[in-house]
Design a protein around this ligand. Structure first.
Ligand SMILES: Cc1cc2nc3c(=O)[nH]c(=O)nc-3n(C[C@H](O)[C@H](O)[C@H](O)COP(=O)(O)OP(=O)(O)OC[C@H]3O[C@@H](n4cnc5c(N)ncnc54)[C@H](O)[C@@H]3O)c2cc1C
Length: 355
């Protein structure tokens, strides 16, 4: 998502080539997300980026002929001992409403009554059509003349006289600017380019898909989670996705879910609901790659001319893509953008560099 969205924004003004190691787009984190837009998700910088991103989801000009969002909502519940946690989440958020125990159970009738003292509900949380978004950015980039090269894993990166040379097993590519949008592999790419790491941590997050409990129409239920985030569930028509909300640090790889992590997550889910899980239809895992301050890393690396980071999107890389791709285009093209300086400083790679 990061590379292709940046290509879409840059391609009207520059010659752009996207190099993707896999034979298809969206094979890694982008194709494995929960596909949710939550305006109040993440720290203050991320919340500002979410707000900047939202209009492009609603009116994705050039990307799709209709909104990329559909209604879902998000409900965070807590028991008597967790009211403080609910309060502090609500204090830092916009547009949330408090629901009583009865209102909460009306919205998600399978929640166990003893687990719910009250809840906070974010009506504006929405489902993202990630595939339409990704394909729309790719189509736009290609229409503007960009090349999207699949099955082209970058194996070496060199810099001479203002030009970067990237080699794959098949071809050689040259450009004055390289955008490192390699997801969980962004630090590895920086290392082969001769730069240091940003200490990005790929954290594995797993999920299962289960059939909806018999007798319930889950199509209109919101995403629901305990405020301690020991799991979350995303209902849809006929199915519920459950995530153990795991964050296990791993090396970048083609991620898969561990049975024990899934079993523990399902157990935590079952302790919050009245209907047991009897069948798992499928499971998967993906990597959410975080910088140490859990804020994206976006901007030129001042140690190397023309080396740009677009990485560390963590659990927010789909919902922030419209904002981060716009910032990328503005910075790469040297345009005066409309993004506030404090946001640019908060995401700049400089914050981790002492030189
Ligand atoms: C279970 C789960 C739920 C999530 N839910 C949400 C959500 O609801 N909302 C949200 O906004 N975000 C969510 N996320 C996070 C989101 O998926 C990521 O932040 C986002 O997909 C990151 O996009 P990316 O393009 O940086 O990474 P990726 O999609 O991983 O793309 C990076 C690409 O770089 C390629 N690459 C790496 N090295 C090289 C190389 N040397 N040469 C060529 N290509 C290379 C890889 O093959 C890969 O395709 C979730 C993630 C997970 C795992």
């Amino acid at each position: 998502m990061a590379g292709v969205s940046a290509a879409a924004k840059l391609s009207p003004h520059a010659s752009v080539t996207v190099l993707e190691r896999e034979p298809s787009l969206g094979y890694h984190s982008t194709g494995r997300s929960a596909a949710i837009f939550i305006r109040n998700y993440g720290n203050a910088t991320l919340r500002a980026l979410n707000v900047i991103a939202e209009p492009e989801f609603i009116e994705p000009i050039g990307i799709s002929d209709r909104t990329l969002l559909s209604p879902r909502g998000q409900l965070l519940f807590g028991d008597d001992s967790e009211i403080d946690k609910l309060q502090s989440y609500a204090d830092g958020s916009d547009g949330l409403v408090w629901l009583s125990q009865a209102e909460t159970l009306e919205m998600v009738p399978i929640l166990r009554i003893e687990r719910v003292a009250s809840s906070i509900y974010e009506h504006s949380a929405q489902e993202i059509d990630v595939d339409r978004m990704l394909q729309g950015y790719a189509r736009l980039a290609r229409a503007n003349g960009a090349q999207i090269e699949l099955a082209q894993g970058v194996e070496s990166v060199g810099f001479t006289e203002g030009i970067w040379t990237l080699r794959t097993a098949k071809d050689t590519f040259q450009a004055p600017v390289v955008i490192n949008a390699a997801g969980a592999w962004a630090d590895n790419l920086a290392v082969i380019a001769g730069l240091g790491r940003m200490n990005l941590s790929p954290l594995r997050r797993s999920a299962v898909m289960i059939p909806s409990p018999t007798g319930y129409d889950t199509g209109q239920w919101p995403v629901f989670a305990d405020i301690a985030e020991t799991f979350y569930a995303k209902p849809g028509a006929g199915r519920i996705m459950i995530s153990p909300a795991d964050e296990d640090p791993v090396e970048p790889h083609d991620a898969w879910a561990e049975d024990m992590v899934l079993a523990e997550g399902i157990d935590r889910y079952e302790r919050a609901v009245t209907v047991p899980v009897t069948r798992v239809e499928r499971n998967w895992a993906g990597l959410r790659t975080f910088a140490p301050d859990r804020t994206p890393v976006v901007g030129f690396d001042r140690r190397a001319q023309g080396f740009f980071w677009l990485a560390g999107q963590g659990g927010y890389g789909i919902q922030t893509a419209p904002a981060l791709s716009q910032i990328t285009a503005d910075l790469v093209l040297g345009r005066a953008g409309s993004i506030k300086a404090d946001i640019l400083a908060a995401i700049a790679p400089d914050r981790f560099l002492d030189i």
